[in-house]
Design a protein. Structure first.
Length: 174
């Protein structure tokens, strides 16, 4: 079977702001959409269509942070947070998720954004984040709860800093 270059890809923008709103750090990295994420998007695409009338998967509802370094994988240990930062479970920002048409023949972005305000998610070496479907749980979660995971350069988020993580999952059909 040959591939046609279509599918689902992801980029993550990480921004750290100081107490004055000045940017301290900005990084853009690729993320891994997990097997559970693939299943999530496939099931969302057929929800309530007759005659099968498929049920919706558990909806993604926020992000979590960690300090692990295990490489991202589609399944297994690298498909969820390795070292969860307690209290970093935060729902998506009020107007997210969103979609954006990238133009004729260019696909669509699904955009997720979460903000960790001052005093939330404080850690000297944040290195991982996930989009999850169990943000109400102040626990690491499992691969079954993880839509997407990213590893990034260590970030020192002090108690006065604000961290904003924006994920872009690009969908492009053939």
């Amino acid at each position: 079977m040959t591939t046609d270059g279509t599918g689902l890809t992801g980029l993550v923008q990480i921004q750290l702001f100081d107490q004055n709103g000045d940017i301290k750090l900005e990084e853009v990295v690729k993320n891994k959409i997990t097997d559970v994420g693939d299943e999530y998007y496939a099931k969302m695409g057929i929800v309530a269509i007759n005659p099968a009338n498929a049920s919706a998967p558990t909806e993604a509802d926020g992000m979590k942070l960690g300090s692990g370094a295990t490489a991202e994988t589609k399944a297994g240990a690298g498909a969820h947070l390795v070292t969860y930062l307690s209290g970093s479970n935060v729902a998506f920002d009020a107007s997210y998720p969103q979609t954006a048409n990238l133009g004729t023949g260019l696909g669509w972005n699904i955009i997720y954004r979460t903000t960790w305000n001052a005093g939330v998610g404080t850690h000297a070496a944040l290195t991982e984040a996930t989009i999850c479907n169990n943000v109400a749980s102040n626990l690491t979660g499992t691969a079954a709860n993880t839509i997407s995971r990213v590893i990034f350069s260590a970030i020192n988020k002090t108690a006065t800093d604000v961290l904003v993580i924006t994920w872009n999952h690009k969908m492009l059909g053939a």
